[in-house]
Ligand binder design. Sequence first.
Ligand code: ZN
Length: 342
Amino acid sequence: MTVRALTLVGDRKLELIEAPAPPPPAAGEVQIAVKAVALNHLDLWGFRGMAFAKRKLPVVVGVEAAGEIAAVGDGVSRFKRGDRVVMYGALTCGSCKACREGRDNLCENVGGIMGFHIDGFARDRLNMAERLVIPVPAGVSLRDAACAPIGFSTVEHMLFDNAKLVAGETILVHAGGSGIGTAAIKMAKAIGCTVITTVGDDDKAAKAKALGADHVINYRRDRFETITRKLTNKKGVDVVFEHVGGEGFNGSLLVLKRGGRLVTCGATAGATITFNLMQLFQQQYKIFGSFGASMRNIRDGLAKMAAGLTPVIDSELPIAEFESALRRLESRHVFGKIIIGF
Ligand SMILES: [Zn+2]
């Protein structure tokens, strides 16, 4: 028996191979039939090749996914065949202080990020430890659930664990058409925040408005700093949701009100900047770096989906189009998440 596995064999070189099927799941493991993989910028980093990444090719790609339990090993109590699930995307140890406290993304002995350092989810079947598997609530499609382990949970962690966004606050969401940008707009609106967002074209501006954003700025036409300060009567926003970096980062600091919080999980426009430390402490800014999420964040994201706060899906494509989908993500011609069906 073999399974299909989409494998990165070199920088920007993917091959769909026939790999040996996994053995029956061991004690404490479940076997998962993957049904949907959602794309992330992490896939792009992996696809392009990163000089600093400690990993060996070939590696099966796919960093977040949903599927069905195909078999269970001895001692597995929480799942049975046919259950719909998502998987935590990093091999945490489950026993260090961070893991015991539920801060899974700060695991001290993490064995790598799946689909990036080690084999990921873009394959028909894989075995995983039961403790890293999370049930999908009734009423949530596997297509939507596939956006929970990274997309939705990253936003949960950024907005609520790190920036501690609360009702009534004003937030600037950068790149409101991206997978995490669309989720951030919906989650912030759902708790009663005022949302200002930036997009790169008028088509995306209309779509961001339709998601509930109160103000949409086309950053190619207008300076977001100027408009945001105008919209907030020069006071600035409570929170900036950053994942772009580069030149815009200083603008993001500029539009924070005194004591405001900036949370970031990305640097698609550039990883190195300079900023003014005087401004940082005088304005009493709080800057949070955020990477990944906890198992709890994934469960909370799925619960939101079950309650109707669903992810924005750009498109659903077959596995043969994984690479062209990555290129589309790279070109930023997407609004929401790209899903690869199995
Ligand atoms: Zn750990």
